[in-house]
Design a protein around this ligand. Structure first.
Ligand SMILES: *[C@@H]1O[C@H](CO)[C@@H](O)[C@H](O)[C@H]1NC(C)=O
Ligand SMILES: *[C@@H]1O[C@H](CO)[C@@H](O)[C@H](O)[C@H]1NC(C)=O
Ligand SMILES: *[C@@H]1O[C@H](CO)[C@@H](O)[C@H](O)[C@H]1NC(C)=O
Ligand SMILES: *[C@@H]1O[C@H](CO)[C@@H](O)[C@H](O)[C@H]1NC(C)=O
Ligand SMILES: *[C@@H]1O[C@H](CO)[C@@H](O)[C@H](O)[C@H]1NC(C)=O
Ligand SMILES: *[C@@H]1O[C@H](CO)[C@@H](O)[C@H](O)[C@H]1NC(C)=O
Ligand SMILES: *[C@@H]1O[C@H](CO)[C@@H](O)[C@H](O)[C@H]1NC(C)=O
Ligand SMILES: *[C@@H]1O[C@H](CO)[C@@H](O)[C@H](O)[C@H]1NC(C)=O
Length: 844
């Protein structure tokens, strides 16, 4: 969790002596609020305060509203954003006709409220929800219609009860706009609002580096789907708020309310355009983000995969074409530039009536500005489908309201843009295809299914058969390796026996009831949530009388795995016991819930350390080296020493957890197996794994072996040494990723330049050099060139001169024209596998 220091201002006002305030939070036309007196207006319940303040770093004065009960002053609304006061003699007045004015000592008006009608006997009041309103003193409190309210003129924060969007009668629009900088609340480059074209959508716009006055779309939150915005699937699981959206002929607005008023939350857009929903945590005195955007690569720009392309942040290829489409520009597509998008393989055949649909699950709906929406609750999915088939321009349909059993209908015309996949959440979209593309699609799918089943069976039977003869062969292999490296065999054997010792521990795992889990996680509350991954969410909880701290992984409901399969997997994982693997303690299976319960790791993931400047400094070289060795031993166990040959397939920094003594433990092992039931259906979706850690043969052709784990291990070692992510670009001239960058430094003999500054300057150079060399051996292009984990562990204990020279890594980020041509064949295959695997087919 990140601290939000940047949005926290010190209200100098609050830190001075107890301040006088005006009555019950009201201001009449006879009164004024003067900066000279240092007075504030406090709302009746004491939640909010209105007064003069200066952002830290400037002496300019502004009239604003801030939280009155929160220890870190947070301004949520500013009146004179554009024209600050330059001294402390300003005042806020209510005129006799109901207009509010901020004036300086020469009575120059710097800001005034824009009420349309005069109010007799006006009174201004700061309500306890943070709304400053002007009404008539005669108004009965229960049914006041305010002549003016600050909630209609939001600055950068959306508070509970505030509306974002349009009053259609008056064409009045409420939008959030960022501050220009931390010291200047004037409207900045970013706005958040609702666009009415087609099915209304939430958008963030940017005017940054564009011609004055023009707004460029920055991020699309998408249409409302009954549970939340299509582009924020997390909203579907919020249990702390009630969310509302109205779209009728009067207004199109979004708002939220807190279900538990003791929580304080707001939605805020910051100076650099990040959008965050934050909750105040008084104990740690910080605004804790529970959601923010951009989340990943797919959110960085609008429609990164072009028209009819699907962005998948968890796949190494990132972009895929919707089934029935092929890359419009294969050359740039293969270079990972998806912006040209995809074109239909076969034209639609509307007249013959042979078109059908392919179903995409777990998506963010494409841009709905060229769509038509019908919210009627009586329209079923079948009717929606018929409606689309009956219109030759219709290219896709989806249900407008996914709440409950689903209702309503959205139909698209033309090309689909800004389509993306989510690991969990998301909704269903039906894309229209010509009959030819549906048929070839289904054939390929069943083909893929057969291949997947065969490969699972093959892996299992191989594991069984090979197990009996395997130890003998392993010994022989080892002795060869030991001889070449000139290292004593007995050291290795001693180490192995140590590892096997842990395997003999009891294998007991417990079954927990859903009630126990619900209690332990406070009903899966946002507060107990540790994170979210492709397979579901992880919560922290305390179980049993000892209040044992555990991490609970709640698998997403999209999983179609049966009870028996799930239990088989549990048994398998339970047998994997090693000090460098996270231990499974128990599980819960009830109705649709599938929950895995692991030991709790106090220091969280390695990812949160090595890529963070501040936390990174806590890991000196010795600790990092121990982490590398620990990961290597955990992998060796999975690959060679456990009862089964396990290929992890998703080794990465965020899957390595650290216990309280900074010992690394690999988590999520065997996850691919757990999801095997799924794999044959929807959720196999893709080559399992993470971009940046995948070996070329796995990412391109879906071939995996222990050597693909070795590749990921090599990437991880380089990340641990450099504190840089392989995904980034570290040499803009040649477009090099971390592997390419390391390789170029290595060739120049500058390997040590790679070392993360936060390691400091005193470290054993030879040891780091050796680790870099080993890592480079691991990330070589061809699997057969890469060492096995046992050889790697041997190498770590040997002299660097005995380690062979690495060859150029795979996936360095540069590709010459020849390479493009030679790889395009296999690339096409993998693209079709990739786009097929994200879909399921529906008969016509
Ligand atoms: C008010 O007017 C005086 C005289 O014209 C000028 O010197 C002073 O700067 C003005 N004050 C502000 C705050 O503009
Ligand atoms: C109220 O009075 C001020 C100052 O005379 C004037 O500028 C403003 O337009 C008036 N507002 C209305 C609603 O009449
Ligand atoms: C407020 O509403 C009630 C009915 O809800 C109505 O009887 C009453 O006259 C209203 N008061 C004013 C001041 O409009
Ligand atoms: C739209 O604005 C008008 C004028 O202020 C107001 O009377 C009306 O109630 C508003 N409509 C909604 C739905 O808030
Ligand atoms: C805005 O928020 C993002 C995401 O939390 C953060 O990285 C960035 O530094 C913030 N920008 C400013 C100017 O505070
Ligand atoms: C309709 O289908 C037939 C046979 O499948 C085909 O020959 C014909 O060209 C199709 N008509 C149109 C308008 O595409
Ligand atoms: C969506 O459907 C649910 C359940 O049928 C219903 O309660 C809700 O009012 C619908 N939402 C809209 C905006 O129509
Ligand atoms: C869809 O994209 C293709 C290729 O860019 C283009 O030829 C076609 O006109 C587009 N269709 C629509 C309806 O815009």
């Amino acid at each position: 969790m990140r601290l939000l220091t940047s949005t926290i201002l010190l209200c100098l006002l609050i830190t001075t002596l107890p301040r006088p305030s005006i009555g019950d939070g009201t201001l009449t036309s006879a009164q004024s609020l003067d900066d000279d007196d240092g007075k504030t207006l406090i709302s009746a319940g004491g939640s909010f305060a209105l007064g003069f303040f200066s952002p830290t770093g400037t002496d300019n004065r502004y009239v604003g509203i801030w939280y009155n009960k929160i220890s870190v002053c947070t301004v949520v609304w500013v009146a004179n954003r554009l024209r600050p006061l330059t001294n402390r003699h300003g005042s806020l007045k209510l005129l006799a006709n109901g207009t509010l004015e901020v004036t300086d000592d020469n009575s120059t008006v710097l800001w005034s409220s824009t009420s349309s009608a005069a109010v007799r006997n006006p009174v201004a009041q700061l309500l306890d929800d943070g709304n400053l309103v002007v009404g008539s003193a005669a108004d009965d409190e229960s049914n006041v219609s305010f002549a003016w309210q600050s909630f209609d003129y939001p600055t950068d924060s959306l508070l509970p009860g505030m509306k974002l969007g349009w009053n259609l009668t008056t064409k009045f629009n409420r939008q959030l706009s960022s501050w220009t900088s931390t010291i200047d609340p004037a409207p900045g480059d970013f706005t958040l609002g609702i666009d009415l074209e087609g099915d209304p959508q939430l958008w963030e716009w940017s005017s940054f580096s564009s011609e004055q006055g023009t707004k460029q779309p920055k991020w699309r939150g998408g249409p409302w789907n009954g549970l939340g915005f299509s582009g924020i699937p997390q909203m579907q699981s919020y249990n702390m708020f009630s969310l509302g959206f109205t779209a009728d002929d009067q207004e199109v607005v979004y708002w939220f309310e807190m279900l538990d008023p003791t929580f304080v939350s707001r939605l805020v857009v910051n100076q650099s355009g990040a959008l965050r929903r934050v909750v105040w945590v008084e104990d740690s005195r910080l605004w804790n983000p529970i959601w923010e955007s951009p989340v990943d690569w797919c959110d960085d720009e609008i429609s990164p995969c072009g028209q009819n392309g699907v962005c998948d942040a968890e796949s190494s290829l990132r972009c895929a074409c919707v089934t029935g489409f092929r890359p419009a520009n294969p050359t740039s597509w293969n270079l990972r530039d998806g912006t040209d998008g995809c074109a239909r393989k076969t034209a639609l055949d509307c007249k013959n009536g042979t078109d059908g649909f392919v179903l995409l699950r777990g998506v963010k709906l494409p841009d709905t500005s060229r769509s038509t929406v019908d919210w009627s609750t009586t329209v079923s999915a079948g009717q929606c489908r018929a409606r689309c088939l009956g219109d030759c321009t219709c290219t896709a349909y989806a249900q407008a309201n996914i709440s409950g059993r689903g209702s309503g209908c959205i139909t698209w015309t033309g090309n689909l843009t800004d389509l993306r996949l989510y690991g969990s959440g998301g909704q269903e979209l039906y894309v229209r295809l010509a009959a030819a593309d549906l048929r070839s699609g289904s054939r390929n799918v069943s083909f893929t299914v057969v291949i997947v089943i065969l490969s699972i069976l093959a892996t299992l039977s191989l594991a069984l058969v090979v197990y009996c003869i395997w130890r003998r062969r392993r010994r022989r292999r080892e002795s060869e390796a030991t001889r070449t490296l000139g290292m004593s065999h007995s050291i290795l054997l001693a180490r192995r026996q140590g590892d096997e010792g842990t395997e003999a521990n009891n294998l007991e795992i417990s079954l927990f009831s859903i009630d126990e889990v619900v209690n332990a996680t406070d009903n899966f509350s946002v507060m107990s949530k540790l994170g979210e991954g492709g397979f579901g969410s992880v919560y922290k909880g305390k179980l049993g009388e000892e209040q044992l701290e555990v991490a609970m992984k709640r698998l997403s409901r999209n999983s179609v795995q049966g009870v028996d399969e799930f239990k088989n997997e549990i048994t398998l994982i339970a047998k994997l016991q090693h000090r460098n693997l996270v231990r499974l303690i128990g599980y819960c299976i009830q109705k649709e819930e599938r929950i895995l319960i692991y030991e709790f790791m106090h220091n969280g993931s390695l990812h949160s350390f090595i890529f963070d400047k501040v936390k990174g400094a806590l890991l000196n070289w010795t600790t990092r080296y121990n982490i590398i060795v620990g990961i290597a031993r955990g992998l060796l166990y999975l690959h060679e020493d456990s009862r089964f040959r396990i290929i992890h397939r998703d080794l990465k920094a965020s899957n390595v957890l650290l216990d309280k003594d900074m010992n690394p433990k690999i988590s999520d092992f065997g996850m691919a197996r757990i999801f095997k039931g799924d794999e044959t259906e929807v959720n196999t979706k893709r080559v399992v794994g993470t971009y940046g850690y995948m070996s070329p043969e796995y990412a391109m052709d879906g071939i995996f072996s222990v050597k693909s784990d070795v590749f990921s291990f090599g990437v991880l070692v380089l990340e641990i040494i450099s504190g840089k992510k392989n995904r980034g670009i570290y040499n803009s001239t040649y477009n090099l990723n971390l592997l390419g960058y390391t390789w170029s430094l290595w060739k120049e003999g500058n390997g040590l330049k790679l070392v993360d500054e936060s390691i400091g300057y005193s470290f054993p150079k030879a040891e780091i050099f050796k680790c870099i060399k080993i890592a480079l051996l691991c990330v070589q292009e061809y699997p057969q060139d890469r060492p096995t984990m046992s050889t790697i562990l041997l190498m770590m204990g040997t002299d660097i001169a005995l380690i062979p020279q690495p060859r150029q890594p795979g996936f360095v980020g540069i590709r010459g024209p020849n390479e493009i041509n030679s790889s395009s064949g296999s690339n096409h295959d993998s693209l079709s596998i990739n786009n097929l695997s994200i879909t399921a087919f529906e008969g016509r």
